[in-house]
Structure formats: C-alpha cells, structure tokens
Design a protein around this ligand. Sequence first.
Ligand code: FES
Ligand SMILES: [Fe+2]
Length: 379
Amino acid sequence: MSTSNASLLSDQQAIDRIFAHIDNGTTDLGDTVWQEPTENYQSQARFEAEIALLKRLPVPYCPSAALPQKGSYIARSAAGTPLVVVRGLDGEVRAFINACRHRGMQVAKGSGCSRAFVCPYHAWTYNLEGNLKSIPGPEGFPGIDPDDHGLVEVSAREKGGIVYVMQEGQISPDMLENCLDYFAPGQEYFEQGEMTDDANWKLLTETLLEGYHIKSLHKETFYPYGLDNVNLVETFGANSRITFPFRRIEKLRDIEPSQRRIDGTVTSVYHLFPNASIAVLSKHTSLAIIEPISPTKAKWVFYRVINRQTEEHKISLEEAQRDAQFVNESGQDEDREAARAIQESVPSQANDHFTFGHFEKAIVNFHQHLAVHLAENSD
Ligand code: FES
Ligand SMILES: [Fe+2]
C-alpha cells in the first residue's frame, strides 16, 4: 500500500498515535456534528439523484488483478447499468454497456476469459474492443453498418491496482488524484462474492466507517480481539481511512520503534467515495462496492486479494480464505443486520434525521461530500 500521494500517517506515526490514544483513553475526533435527514434513506428522488451521481464519477469496479489475462472479463451491473469490463489483446482495460446491438441481450455473464463476446440470443459476435465482427445470416439485415453497431463503450482506467469505471464522460488523470496505490503488482486475486440487503446503500456504508460500535454491537465477535472506540480517522478529499487496532498491537510496545510492522495489528478501512471501500485485513484485502438497487435495497460485491507477501512473510490461499471467512461469519453479519433494522425504522418517522457525532468523522465527511456533489448537479 503506498500512501505517498495522500497526507496519511506513516505506519510508524499511526502506531504512535494508537498508543497515545490507548494511554490517554482518547480517540480521533471530528470537528462537526452532522444531521442527515432520514428521508434521504427512503426517497425515490434522492435515490435517482445518487444513481445519476454514481454514473458521473469514476467508481471502483474491480481490482486489476481480477482481470489477469488478455480476454479476462467481469460482467455485472454498476449504478443500475449492466456492464462488461475486459482486458483487451493490447493489455488495456475497456468497459462496455453489456447490451447486444441487435435486441439488447447481455453478451457476457459472470466472469471468465474469452477472445470474443458471442451474444447468446442470435450469436452476433463482438471482439474485445467491442467491434461487431459477425452477424449470422447477414442477408437478413441489409441496411446494418457493423461500424455503427459496436458495443457502447464507457470510460475505464486503471490506477494503483484498481479498475475505475465512469459511465458518463471520460475519466481524466486528475479525477484519480486522490486514488492511492491500493494493490501492488503481483498481489493475487482469489475470490469474488455477492450479497443483497434490504437497506439503503448509505446505511450499509456507514457500518464500515466508525469503531464507536465495536463493544456494543460486536461484543462476542470483534470486541474480544479489537479495541472499542480507539480509532484513527483520516480524511483525504471525499475519501477516508479508518484504522481499527487489534488488542495484539500491544506486543509492538516491546519492539524497537523502527522495527515495528503495523500489518496484522490493525484493520484499515479505506472509504473510496461514494460507494466503495477497501479493507486491509490480516491476510487479505477486500474491495467492496455497495451497489444501490432501490432506496431500500443494496447489493454488496466483493473482490478479495491476498495481501502482499515477502520471503519472510508468506500467505497461503487457505490462510487468506480463512481470514475472509472469519470476517464474513462474524461481525459483518451484525453490521448488516443493524443496517436492515435501521431501514425498517426509517418510515416510522421516529427520527426526522440521524445524528453523526465526533466519533463518526468519516461518515460526516461522506455525507458532506455527497451533499455537495448532489447540490452541484441540481443547479
Ligand atoms: S440480441 Fe444479440 S444477437 Fe440478437
Ligand atoms: Fe461493525
């Protein structure tokens, strides 16, 4: 992980600050208390404005490592649009709307590796650059110019081991200025996962962005290993990093400061505005994109990559899988359940707003930026 292009603490500084918080009984604090109207978690108009925003921002789609070869592709919906993203024969990643130009069938499904996309309906065939290469029975379509019937391309760009997609306009380099190098070349992709929750995508996102609930919500799962409400919260642009220390960070006190390694002693969660996050866990790193489906439903898409390895520090696939399973089967279910329970209370109007306090700085940063982006477009 390279943090050189953002004003984030070095590992050494982070360890020092965590020890200072433990010793003083403190945690990082924001300077703003934010009130978010509960209407924003159920309104159809707000949902549509957010989908429109997701289309005009560069949003993480998958790790570069999930498209390892020429012809590797992943098809899934992003902001309600079916897309297929593929690594071409030239090694470049391209994104297309996954809609055949004959009658709109999706030409790719799931993930795989292919030299062409053959539409399953009537077998119109496209190359990896999206060009229409063949029509069975061309005499049935006398007026069709293949050059006008390629797959519709949208902007895609790789940076720091992530593929970003933007459905409207072109991704410029300065749009990715705040995007760090999240994955090093050679880090191995090992699995994808999906799950759907009856909760607004923002409620699910909020569960990832504070450690004020560790003891209360995760009493039996994360709390035996982790500290409650001892966090580092750093914002960079609309993005943020939240550091959750494990109790085992204490063992670093006996190690000479310059020799201390933070890996395995904290979980770092990077929030990539607006709907993606990267969690660096002990053995693996997980990119999660929370796709809004409706005002009250969202789908998580996960891509998991084995952490960086060195000669002294090897990680097997089994270890990475066990690490992923621990997160899945423990605290994450509690977070999802909380988000679903909150969603059920929203229509009651018991709250006309939710309050995010000084411990919830990363969520405040998220809502502040979301409000600014949405306001920009309503002018
Ligand atoms: S819809 Fe694709 S070939 Fe007919
Ligand atoms: Fe949680």
